[in-house]
Design a protein around this ligand. Structure first.
Ligand SMILES: [Zn+2]
Ligand SMILES: [Zn+2]
Length: 393
């Protein structure tokens, strides 16, 4: 039998919104009025009803059945995927400021403490989902490397009570310490249903607090300020991820906290096709410079101020005429290579040649230029019978 999640075609970690959306489109497709199978439609409706109800969903996740009867195996699946964050909002075009900054409770308590007065909860085995976040960096940060301090609030089990919240506790009576019990509840006027679920007396913990822990005041988890040091080393690339194992908050929902996964992102990339600025591909850098028609013939010199090394890159070309879109290169002026530390890729400079202003040459200039460029034969304009071209518009 497919799980309720499979029935709706959603992940186990799907949000209520995602579930509703999946339900709506399936219900439209499989409605009996449209020739759908009535049983299948009923299953879709039931899956939607259970998964959109927080309590019912939790019970289903724990018992693997909807009505509490010995159903399928308990569904111990973990929420899939992570919660996307971005550090880049409000950071300006250059990503992060140079000093440590507070990302607040970004990694803390996202999934809530659980097990508190909010409702029954029982710790699921395994590791909590990872939290993902982007770090916006300048090209220069990737070039030189950089160390960043990330501060956030991280919850950890109270050491005094080992996360039980109790200085003294005893086995819960109603569930016999098992944390799960059969309960009867009203599902409609005069209709009762029995279901197995987390014990409502002990919130599924199996133990009852006799005396609260004085250290955490029964909260079981304590928040502390955590600082992670992020080392961006030369040769790391845009899109690279750094993993900090187990640095998410510990919660009542999982045995182990998730990992913090940071993705390095370049925040100062030039717009597509822009002149100036450096595009970064592999270990190479690419830029465009505009030169005049005369410079295309005689050579040019440019100071490229925004090179990620921090020093302006002065480039020069004096080896003969070049055409529009010619790509020139400078060895060792690209980005650090990861494979061979201390070495660098190339800088590529694409030349955009501007057309000269419209002008008429004198007879003397014409003959000089013709000699210079080795143009022989009759000069243009000296013979008739041609269709004259114009510059167009
Ligand atoms: Zn109990
Ligand atoms: Zn405690």
């Amino acid at each position: 039998m497919p799980s309720l999640y499979e029935t709706l075609g959603v992940d186990k970690g799907a949000s209520v919104e995602e579930i509703r959306k999946a339900y709506k489109s399936l219900a439209r497709e499989k409605h009996p009025d449209r020739g759908g199978n009535a049983e299948e439609f009923k299953a879709i409706q039931q899956a939607h009803e259970v998964l959109c109800d927080e309590g019912k969903r939790r019970m289903y996740d724990m018992t693997g059945s909807v009505d509490g009867e010995a159903g399928g195996p308990p569904d111990m699946g973990m929420a899939a995927g992570g919660i996307p964050f971005s550090f880049m909002g409000g950071m300006g075009p250059f990503g992060m400021p140079g000093v440590a900054f507070d990302i607040g409770s970004m990694f803390g308590g996202i999934f809530g403490g659980g097990g508190g007065p909010g409702g029954p909860s029982r710790r699921r085995p395994g590791k909590a989902p990872n939290k993902h976040s982007d770090i916006g960096l300048r090209l220069a940060d990737f070039y030189h490397g950089r160390e960043l301090k990330l501060k956030f609030n991280q919850s950890r089990k109270c050491g005094t009570c080992a996360g039980t919240g109790a200085e003294k506790s005893e086995a819960c009576g109603p569930c016999g310490g098992r944390g799960v019990r059969m309960m009867t509840r009203m599902i409609g006027p005069g209709m009762m249903a029995q279901s197995t679920g987390p014990c409502d007396v002990c919130s599924g913990e199996g133990r009852r607090v006799m005396k609260q822990c004085m250290n955490c005041h029964g909260k079981r988890f304590l928040e502390r300020e955590k600082e992670l040091t992020v080392q961006i080393k030369p040769g790391m690339h845009d899109g690279q991820t750094l993993l900090f194992a187990g640095e998410c908050s510990e919660t009542a929902d999982y045995e182990e906290p998730g990992d913090v996964v940071l993705t390095l992102r370049r925040a100062d990339a030039p717009a597509e096709g822009a002149e100036g600025g450096w595009e970064w591909r592999g270990a190479d850098l690419h830029t465009k410079v505009r030169v005049s028609f005369g410079e295309a013939i005689l050579g040019f010199r440019r100071e490229l101020a925004d090179h990620p090394s921090g020093a302006p890159l002065v480039v020069e070309w004096r080896n003969g005429p070049i055409t529009h879109l010619t790509v020139l290169e400078a060895e060792g002026k690209g980005m650090p290579r990861k494979e061979v530390p201390g070495t660098f890729g190339k800088a590529f400079v694409q030349v955009l040649v501007s057309a000269p202003e419209a002008r008429t040459w004198t007879t003397e200039e014409r003959s000089q230029l013709r000699a210079l460029f080795g143009i022989t034969g009759a000069d243009v304009g000296s013979e008739g019978g041609a269709v004259e071209l114009t510059r167009g518009s």
